[in-house]
Design a protein around this ligand. Structure first.
Ligand code: NAD
Length: 479
């Protein structure tokens, strides 16, 4: 069993805390590693190292910074099987999807390296003679990246790659539930020649380490991917120094199925958007609105597809659609939400309880709920599990209103073969992302951003990279 240390200023060091957090394999409930609980002192050491190393890192031409990102991509590819297995074991991601996450992470480093020659400013016409107004994009300084457990490796890359290519240095805090793949990566890249302090990894409790990182005056930007609750805590901590925050938080994605939709495509896309990583994905379909004249047929098809979903051990069950949930607290929360939905009148068409297929682990059955109403908790609150509640609608405007009647605004989807319906829905839905006639899954060159309580700012593509830049304006007058 591995006992991870903090990676600060180019070295693995003991934490100043003496206690540890145990990391479990969710499929077997066995302890597989430990990480330090961490302390404010660890956070400060990492921030000081990042601050010290930042000016020299910024001074390097971006193309030289990019070379390090390419090296990281290469190392990930060389170790893809090991990293995918580590990921599968620590958070019960089926091995096929774990490989996808590892491969996409390598591509993500290469993609961001590609910005090296494309980070641009602007020259604006002045109202005065003999003057140019220059907009420069400069690094903010030290970027703190706080990661979730659901796509821990990829989300780490989202923060590291965008920080480093723009000339910031970086401190990453992995989730305590899934830190292993990130800490193995820290070991793998230890000797690529990156100067000490440019990239640091500090493990531990969110309320301790995460809070200390968020409220430090050394932090230039905090990028969190996590729950709304953690986002609120971070905004509060960041308020002390008016530190920039970039928050990618929870979602409650609606999928709207119009009567003119291709039903085969819609069923396949919605089930795939629900069961990927056992429903523990921020952009997962979380509620379905179906037009009344196709409702019965559609629900019947959805029920058939959901009941065909297979469950197995993440590492050894290579063909399974999904595996265990990540933790006991996650399965307890989901079970309670389904029980409460039943009390509120929901009908269970498929699943509805813990799977009895295994005697260890946190397996929950793929679940389809009907007879739901808009004010039910199961329609309003993020489930983050393989549970799909379905409701009926009459007009498209009604479906749009029901979709928007929610505190979250991350992703949404619409299924229709009618151009006017699609254009109307995409212009009215209050969500950062809308998928048309396809499953929910974003691309690295897009922009992943939430509306309402789903976040501030965003990641990916040009706009995600620019989150890490401070715009400076220079009024250059000459004689
Ligand atoms: P979480 O909020 O419990 O934890 C996320 C991270 O925040 C962890 O590293 C945690 O230690 C840290 N944290 C917790 N409290 C903190 C505090 N007070 N100060 C600083 N850091 C703190 O979330 P999770 O359970 O790891 O992930 C699930 C949630 O993340 C879901 O709501 C999901 O929708 C959301 N998520 C969103 C996206 C997105 O791109 N929008 C992607 C993945 C997950």
């Amino acid at each position: 069993m591995k006992h991870y240390k903090q990676f600060i200023n180019g070295q693995f060091v003991n934490s100043t805390s003496t206690t540890v957090i145990e990391v479990l394999n969710p499929c077997t409930e066995e302890v597989i590693s430990t990480i330090p609980t961490g302390s404010a002192a660890d956070a400060n050491l990492a921030l000081e190292a990042a601050t010290e190393s930042q000016p020299a890192w910024e001074a390097l031409p971006a193309i030289q910074r990019a070379a390090f990102l390419h090296k990281m991509a290469t190392i990930i590819r060389e170790n893809r099987v090991f990293l995918a297995e580590t990921l599968a074991i620590e958070q019960a991601k089926v091995i096929g999807l774990a490989h996808v996450e590892i491969d996409v992470t390598a591509d993500y480093f290469d993609y961001n390296a590609g910005w090296a020659r494309r980070i641009e400013g602007e020259i604006i016409q002045s109202d005065r003679e003999k003057e140019h107004i220059y907009l420069h994009k400069a690094p903010i300084g030290v970027a703190v990246g706080i990661c979730p457990w659901n796509f821990p490796f990829f989300v780490m890359a989202r923060k590291v790659a965008a920080s480093l290519i723009t000339g910031n240095t970086c401190v990453i805090k992995p989730s305590s539930e899934a830190p292993n793949t990130i800490m193995e990566f820290a070991e793998l890249i230890q000797n690529i020649g990156l100067a000490p302090g440019i990239l640091n990894f500090v493990c531990g409790s969110g309320s301790l380490i995460g809070n200390a990182l968020s409220k430090s005056p050394l932090t230039g930007i905090i990028s969190l991917t996590g729950s709304v609750f953690a986002g609120q805590q971070i905004i509060t901590a960041a308020a002390e120094n008016i530190t920039k925050v970039s928050l990618e938080l929870g979602g409650k994605a609606p999928a709207i199925v119009c009567s003119d939709a291709n039903l085969d495509l819609a069923v396949k896309a919605i089930v795939s958007s629900k069961v990927i990583f056992s429903g523990q994905v921020c952009n997962c379909a979380e509620r379905v609105y179906v037009q009344d004249d196709i409702y019965d047929e559609f629900v019947e098809r959805l029920a058939k597809k959901m009941s065909e979903v297979t469950i197995d051990d993440a590492l050894t069950g290579t063909d399974a659609d999904m595996s265990s949930l990540v933790s006991k607290s996650q399965i307890d929360k989901i079970s309670e939400m389904v029980e409460f939905a039943k009390k509120e009148g929901a009908e269970v068409l498929v699943g509805g309880k813990r799977s009895e297929q295994f005697d260890r682990g946190y397996y929950y059955q793929p679940t389809l709920l009907t007879n739901c109403t808009q004010q039910m908790e199961i329609i309003q609150e993020e489930v983050f599990g393989p549970v799909l509640p379905v409701m009926k609608f009459n007009t498209l405007d009604e479906a749009i209103a029901l979709s928007n009647d929610c505190q979250y605004g991350l992703t949404s989807s619409v299924f229709s073969e009618n151009f006017n319906n699609i254009m109307h829905a995409t212009s009215k839905l209050q969500f950062g992302e809308t998928y048309v006639n396809r499953e929910h899954f974003e691309a690295m060159q897009g922009f992943h951003a939430g509306w309402k309580k789903s976040g501030i700012g965003g990641a990916d593509g040009k706009h995600g990279m620019e989150e890490y830049l401070q715009t400076k304006v220079i009024y250059a007058h000459y004689r």
